[in-house]
Every structure is written in structure tokens, then in C-alpha cells.
Design a protein around this ligand. Structure first.
Ligand code: FE2
Length: 426
């Protein structure tokens, strides 16, 4: 006797008519026509049942602060950074925690059950660090929050930042961050990459750096990141976030760089919503898209994820914690409209970021955590197309969020009464 069976699920890998048996907090069986009974059954009605969405790149300490203390008038990255500097002295731990918790509610409702968030450590009070550590503990039953110590103003450029970053790690922050392109010189940037990778190696931690978030094709810190990863034996444990300079680099140089990144088993995170709005701002026309070379990185065997990066903060006024919106934008910006490519965009907001975060027990398979999302769509491509409603979100075998199916009512003579935007099924 199982606790719950979800019948008639379509899985992201293409299997159809699958039953998922759940016992306690774990998946007990994944097979067609499961011969078992359960206290509760849910009919998935040939809908997609996916493992939860994962956001590999976010800033939870800034989220939902839009308009504080004023709006970003130009919409640029630099005004965003300046605005964040104005807001920092006004922040309180309680207000940061409250906004982060409100965002986690949105995330859970959208089936987003794991987030890697950067936290700015360039504030001697480390308010945001303490706030997010508190939030991490509070949301643990529902959402895995992994925190990156992020020296927003540069680990060398900002006085005392290295010590603050180390203190943040001592307090329980999980991952070493960085921003080499924001240091004063290329040499300082390279030195920052080296020092931060050494720190991660000493402490046995993962690395995730904002790396080369610029349109300058000569910003090549990713090369140093790959090199240091190899030198320190950190293969598979290091991630380059943004990597937008790769968009503008010379193709000949990239033909050397991508194999170097693959050799170091570097992970890559693109942030399509932010890259398409922030990059190319110095261009007239043609205007560059700015997003890193996602299909090429994937073709080289590099694990690539799409992150949300920002939701309603000094840098970006849009967003609602919907990783299908992120995948939708990523698909368009990268021109990933081939059949396999569209499915790869779905993987970029589910299994790929799960691998980058090192999540244990992730996936729809016996023995894994009973965490999943029932979507109002038949398959991953349809889910991205309609940014499918999350009919039910399960965490450790319990339904933690539900949203009614989305249908529109038509008042047209001779036409059906309702329309749901899904592909017609016979
Ligand atoms: Fe970021």
C-alpha cells in the first residue's frame, strides 16, 4: 500500500502513460500500469510530470525591492549597480528576509523548488548574509536554497571584501562567488579568479562567478577560470555565470576557449532575460543579443543552465519566478528552435541546474525525492510554449501548491465554449 500514485503521466524524456508510486517522501516506482493501491491517487490525464524547476542563478537579497529607494531610470546594469549601492545603507535584515520569503512563496507556487542565490558580501554589516541564512533555514522543508558569497563591488576593488567573503563562508554560505570583470584591471580580475578558486579548494567548496558580464570581447576571465579549475583539481565544481563577452569574441579564439572549458568540466549559466535587456547597450545597430554561446557550449558537452538572475529589483523590473518564462526567452535568444534544442531549453531549467547545484535525490525515478510538478501541457515543448500552469507542485510526497487549470470562456455562436491553448488531442 503506497501513500500516493500519480497515474497517466507523461515524462520529460518522452515516456507516456507512466504511473508514479510514492511512499513517504520518496518515489517508490515509475512504470506503466503500476499494480499497487494507494491512500490517494491523482490522475495526471497525460499531462507532463516533471521534476521541479531549478534556478541556478538568482539574487534573493535584492528581489522585490523594485522602486527602493528609486526606480532605475535608464534600465542599465551600471545604474542598477549604483542604485543597489544607494539602497544598501537603508536595508534591514528583517526587510530582506521578508522580501526573500515572499519570493519563495512565488517560487514554490511556480514549481521552482531549488534556487542558487548570490548574496552581496560587500557590506560590513553582512545583513543580507544573515537574512538569507535565516530564510534558507525557514524554507528548507519546501525549497533548497544554496547561497553564493558574492563580492558585488569586487573582492579586491572593495576594501575589506575578501575578509567579509570569508566571514560569510564561516557563517554557512555554501559557494564562493566573484566578479573579476568589475575589478580595476584585467590583471586584478585574473588575480581575483585565482585567489577565490584557491579559497574554494582550501575549503572544499563550489565556485560560481559572475564572469565577463560585458560586451567587451577582450574580457577573457573565463579562460583563467577554466585554467585555475584544472590547476586546483576543481573539475565539475566550478561555474561561470553570464559569460556574455563570449557572444562578442572572435570565433577563432572561441574555438580554443570552448574545448578548454570542456576539459575543465566548467559549468555555464546564461541569464536570457537579463542578458537580452542589459547587453548591447553601447551598440547602435546592429545590436548584439549578448547571451553566451549556449548551443555551442551544450554541443561541447558543457552543462548549461538558464537562470532568472533578477525579479523586480534595481536591475530588472519584470519577472515572477517562472522558469518557463526564462526557458522561453532562452530558446528565442539562442535561436534554439530545433526539436532537440527546445527540449534542451527545458533541461536548462530542470536537470542541468540540478546537476550544477549538486542536488541529491533529484529526478523522476525510484529512490529519488518525491518532488515534482504536474503541468498543464503534454510535453516540455508545449510547457515552454504556453508557460504551462503548474496544476500541482509536490515536495517530499505532499502537494504544497495548486493552481487551477487555465481555460478561457468563449461567447461565440457555433464555437466551443472553452479554449485552453493546448494542442488538439483526438
Ligand atoms: Fe547575477
Amino acid at each position: 500500500m503506497l501513500d500516493l500514485i500519480i497515474r497517466g503521466a507523461n515524462l520529460p524524456d518522452g515516456r507516456q502513460g507512466i504511473d508514479i508510486g510514492i511512499q513517504g517522501s520518496r518515489i517508490a516506482a515509475v512504470e506503466p500500469a503500476l499494480e499497487a493501491s494507494a491512500a490517494q491517487e491523482i490522475d495526471a490525464k497525460s499531462r507532463l510530470v516533471s521534476p521541479p524547476f531549478v534556478d541556478a542563478h538568482f539574487h534573493m537579497d535584492a528581489t522585490l525591492s523594485l522602486g527602493l529607494p528609486r526606480l532605475n531610470q535608464s534600465g542599465t546594469l551600471l545604474e542598477g549597480i549604483a542604485l543597489w549601492g544607494e539602497l544598501k545603507p537603508l536595508l534591514t535584515q528583517e526587510a530582506i528576509a521578508e522580501r526573500a520569503l515572499a519570493y519563495c512563496d512565488w517560487a514554490i507556487a511556480k514549481g521552482l523548488l531549488a534556487v542558487r542565490s548570490h548574496v552581496d558580501v560587500c557590506d560590513p554589516r553582512l545583513l543580507a548574509v544573515d537574512a538569507l541564512l535565516e530564510v534558507k533555514k525557514k524554507v528548507k522543508p519546501y525549497l533548497d536554497l544554496q547561497i553564493v558569497a558574492f563580492p558585488q563591488d569586487g573582492v579586491f576593488r572593495s576594501p575589506g571584501a575578501m575578509e567579509l567573503l570569508k566571514t560569510a563562508l564561516d557563517r554557512g554560505v555554501d559557494v564562493v562567488g566573484g566578479i573579476p570583470h568589475f575589478e580595476r584591471t584585467m590583471a586584478d580580475g585574473a588575480a581575483a579568479v585565482r585567489a577565490l578558486c584557491e579559497l574554494a579548494a582550501e575549503r572544499g567548496l563550489l565556485v560560481d562567478m559572475h564572469c565577463d558580464e560585458t560586451d567587451d570581447p577582450m574580457s577573457r576571465h573565463v579562460e583563467t577560470l577554466a585554467c585555475e579549475t584544472q590547476r586546483l583539481g576543481l573539475q565539475g565544481r566550478v561555474t561561470g555565470s553570464h559569460l556574455t563577452s563570449m557572444h562578442s569574441m572572435d570565433n577563432c579564439y572561441v574555438s580554443k576557449l570552448i574545448p578548454l572549458m570542456a576539459e575543465a568540466r566548467l559549468n555555464a549559466i546564461a541569464n536570457p532575460l537579463i542578458n537580452i535587456t542589459i547587453q548591447g547597450r553601447h551598440d547602435t545597430y546592429p545590436k548584439r543579443r549578448g547571451m553566451t554561446r549556449v548551443p555551442e557550449l551544450m554541443a561541447a558537452g558543457i552543462t548549461v543552465a538558464f537562470g532568472h538572475d533578477c525579479v523586480m529589483d534595481p536591475w530588472y523590473g519584470m519577472g515572477s519566478g517562472d522558469m518557463l518564462e526564462v526557458a522561453h526567452m532562452g530558446l528565442h535568444v539562442a535561436q534554439m528552435t530545433g526539436q532537440d534544442a527546445m527540449r534542451a531549453c527545458f533541461a536548462a531549467v530542470t536537470e542541468n541546474p540540478a546537476r550544477i547545484l549538486g542536488l541529491e535525490g533529484y529526478g523522476i525515478a525510484p529512490g529519488k525525492n518525491a518532488d515534482m510538478v504536474i503541468l498543464q501541457a503534454a510535453d516540455p515543448v508545449e510547457a515552454i510554449r504556453v508557460r504551462a500552469t503548474r496544476l500541482a507542485v509536490l515536495r517530499r510526497g505532499k502537494v504544497v501548491a495548486e493552481t487551477p487549470a487555465q481555460t478561457a470562456r468563449l461567447n461565440l455562436p457555433g464555437r466551443p465554449e472553452t479554449v485552453d491553448f493546448l494542442r488538439k488531442r483526438s
